[in-house]
Design a protein around this ligand. Structure first.
Ligand code: LLP
Length: 455
């Protein structure tokens, strides 16, 4: 058992190889103080072994729960991707889900095996589709009738038969934030099963000779706990697989149930356990298939957050603090760090909550009601709305915010012309840069002075 002398250290929200040593936080055996000194702050510190272990855990859980019916894990690149991370994914034997030319090009730059790349997106450009077909991706998940026509035309022009999935909306209200819930009826994604457009899409794909329908796809949303929503989606998709078999007299070989598995952000919370989710889902899928006397199709999943989310901790340096009087004689302590909504937009966008730990020392002072804010020119630039932190935290201290691997660097912006932070991979006491910090020169690089042209 690791020894954690700081009572505020909550191992359940920090990456697996994080500890509170004698006097400071260490991640992957590297000192928080040393990392901040060497690489600057804000800094995304990615626990490489934790990432590999989580990716492998989802793969093993899928394979042991579904046995010969296991398809692939497709890591959702949108949660976080870099060339180095794409290489890890390739080594682990997991596939990748990309949803833009940018994400595809990162995978290709890592020499990612194209037969493990799945292309998503609700509005892929012709250029994106043509590139995906040209490089020979495994499958394209088609999202609209126009896209069926586009993919069919571009595949025919390239002289290939393209494997496709159809993205369907199963009509589910996932219990998560509206903006990250994706399978109720009134969304931009996919073909609705209830309205009959899913079946029309199936017929349209069947008519296109340059397309081969591999299977059906559903992604119900993100940061979801329990399998209820996944089970309903699986059951509705399996009903459709049965209808397909009855109508076309053959069975579709695959079913992709998307990602969305929830993780812990706050002390006391627990991330979804891959084995538990997969074995429960396997039982549902098998029972539903039996009901229709269908062979169990190959089942694939697309976790992003559940693989990378818990692996990364953001290190910030505290710049200023102040106490603000509240009604009723209370005070709130504002602790301003050197990043904020440009490296973590999730509190502003989804009301997401986070934990923070004083990382460079143990304080023996009592805690006080604090608000951790960034350095942007907005009141809503809040990292943590309310947290108890030692009252003596001040300039130069380091704050560690865990569970910041998914949708942080990948959603980072240059608001207020802040350079986006570096990502460091740590492992066994060694640290290396995998995505460098933007520089002031990077920020100026896009500015041009051009003579005007008549258009
Ligand atoms: N598959 C598809 C088709 C998706 O659209 C997504 C996420 C995933 C898989 C991966 O979902 P995950 O396992 O990471 O939950 N920015 C939001 C999350 C948006 C998710 C978008 N799609 C957030 O920060 O919570």
């Amino acid at each position: 058992m690791a020894n954690h002398p700081d009572p505020h250290f909550a191992p359940e929200v920090f990456s697996a190889h994080s500890e509170f040593g004698a006097n400071e936080l260490t991640i992957g055996g590297c000192s928080a103080i040393g990392l901040a000194k060497e690489f600057g702050t804000p800094l995304f510190v990615l626990d490489e072994l934790d990432f590999r272990e989580r990716a492998l855990a989802w793969k093993s859980a899928l394979e042991s729960s579904f046995g010969s019916h296991a398809g692939s894990v497709f890591y959702a690149a949108k949660s976080f991707i870099s060339v180095e991370v794409a290489k890890w994914i390739a080594e682990i034997g997991v596939g990748i889900d990309v949803c833009s030319a940018g994400e595809l090009n990162i995978a290709l730059a890592a020499n990612f095996p194209v037969d493990r790349i799945e292309v998503h997106g609700n509005n892929k450009s012709e250029a994106e589709i043509a590139q995906a077909i040209a490089v020979g991706v495994r499958s394209i998940v088609v999202d609209s009738f126009q896209e069926i026509e586009r993919v069919a035309r571009l595949a025919a022009a390239a002289g290939v038969t393209q494997n496709v999935f159809l993205r369907l909306t199963a009509g589910i209200e996932a219990h998560t934030h509206e903006f990250i819930s994706t399978a109720h009826e009134d969304v931009k994604f996919g073909f609705s099963i209830a309205s009959g457009s899913a079946w029309k899409a199936i017929e349209a794909v069947e008519e296109a000779t340059s397309l081969r329908l591999l299977g059906l796809h559903s992604h119900i949303g993100s940061q979801i706990f329990g399998i209820e929503g996944f089970a309903i989606a699986a059951s509705r998709l399996i009903d459709l697989l049965a209808k397909y078999r009855d109508h076309f007299d053959r069975q579709l070989p695959e079913l992709d149930l998307g990602g969305g598995y929830g993780i812990a952000y706050l002390p006391g919370e627990e991330s979804e356990v891959p084995m538990r989710v997969m074995s429960e889902l396997a039982a549902v899928v098998k029972a539903e298939c039996e009901k229709h006397n269908l062979q169990v199709p190959h089942i694939s999943i697309e976790p992003g957050r559940a693989i990378v989310g818990p692996t990364t901790t953001t290190l910030y340096e505290v710049g200023t603090t102040k106490s603000v009087e509240l009604d009723g004689g209370l005070t709130r302590r504002y602790i301003a760090v050197d990043g904020g909504m440009s490296d973590n937009i999730r509190p502003a966008l989804y009301g997401a909550q986070y934990y923070a730990l004083l990382a460079n020392r143990i304080s023996s002072r009592p805690t006080t009601s604090s608000r951790v804010v960034g350095k942007h020119c907005e009141t809503g630039d809040i990292v943590i709305r309310e947290i108890e932190l030692p009252e003596d935290i001040g300039p130069g201290d380091l704050l560690a915010v865990p569970a910041t691997g998914a949708y942080h660097r990948s959603m980072a912006s240059n608001y207020n012309a802040l350079p986006r932070p570096a990502v460091i991979a740590v492992k066994n006491g060694k640290a290396r840069l995998i995505l460098r910090r933007e520089t002031q020169d990077d920020l100026l690089r896009l500015d041009v002075v051009e003579p005007e042209r008549s258009i």
